[in-house]
Design a protein around this ligand. Structure first.
Ligand SMILES: [Zn+2]
Length: 192
C-alpha cells in the first residue's frame, strides 16, 4: 500500500472519530490465525477475494510493503469496504506486533496485480519509505520470522526471487518498501 500524505491526515482524523481501534483486538471466539502469535483483526470482506489456497492457486511469493500510514490507520483502511485493499499481515514498527487481517487461503488485494495477488502473501510494515526511524530491529525480526514461517509452510524458496518488494511486482506504480528497507538484513534474518 502506498497512500498520499493527504490521505494519511484524513484517515488519522477518521480513525479517532470512528473508534476503529477499539474493534481491533480479537475476542475469545475469533478464528484461529494462520501464524501463531498474530492478532486476528479482520479486514472488510469487501477488500479481498475468498479462495481456498493453495488448492485454488499456488502460493509462491511473499510481497513486502511499507504502509505510508500509522499501524492503526492502516487497519482502518483495511477495514473500510470502500478502500478495496487489504494485506494478509501488518507488522507494527515499535514492537514488531503482527496483525493478521486476511486468512492466507484468501486472495488479498495488495500487489496491484491480480496474478501476483493470487499467488502471494502480502506483509505490510508500519512506516514511511523515506523515514528510517520506522525500520526498527523489532519490526525486521518479527517480520522475518513471519516470512520464514510462510516460506516453510508453502515450500517457498527463501530468496529474492520469491520474497519481493511491492515495487518489484510487474506493473507496480508503488515504490514501497523503498531504498531504506534493508534487504540484506531481512534476508539474513529470514534464513537464520
Ligand atoms: Zn505496497
Amino acid at each position: 500500500m502506498t497512500l498520499s500524505r493527504r490521505n494519511l491526515l484524513l484517515t488519522s482524523a477518521g480513525v479517532v472519530a470512528a473508534g476503529v481501534w477499539s474493534a481491533g483486538p480479537a475476542s475469545a471466539a475469533a478464528p484461529a490465525v494462520d501464524y501463531p502469535g498474530a492478532e486476528w483483526i479482520p479486514a472488510s470482506t469487501s477488500n479481498y477475494t475468498v479462495s481456498n489456497r493453495p488448492s485454488s492457486y499456488p502460493v509462491n511469493i511473499v510481497v513486502i510493503h511499507v504502509t505510508q500510514e500509522y499501524y492503526r490507520d492502516a487497519i482502518a483502511i483495511f477495514q473500510d469496504p470502500a478502500r478495496k485493499v487489504a494485506s494478509h499481515y501488518l507488522v507494527r514498527s515499535g514492537d514488531g506486533h503482527i496483525a493478521q487481517l486476511v486468512r492466507e487461503k484468501n486472495v488479498g488485494w495488495h500487489a496491484g496485480n491480480w496474478n501476483y495477488n493470487t499467488r502471494s502473501i502480502g506483509v505490510e510494515h508500519e512506516g514511511w519509505v523515506d523515514q528510517p526511524q520506522w525500520f526498527t530491529t523489532q519490526m525486521y525480526t518479527a517480520s522475518a520470522a513471519l516470512t520464514r514461517s510462510i516460506c516453510n509452510r508453502y515450500g517457498i524458496p527463501k530468496d529474492r526471487a520469491h520474497i519481493i518488494g511491492h515495487n518489484e511486482v510487474p506493473g507496480a506504480t508503488h515504490t514501497d518498501p523503498g531504498p531504506l528497507w534493508d534487504w540484506t538484513l531481512y534476508m539474513r534474518l529470514v534464513n537464520s
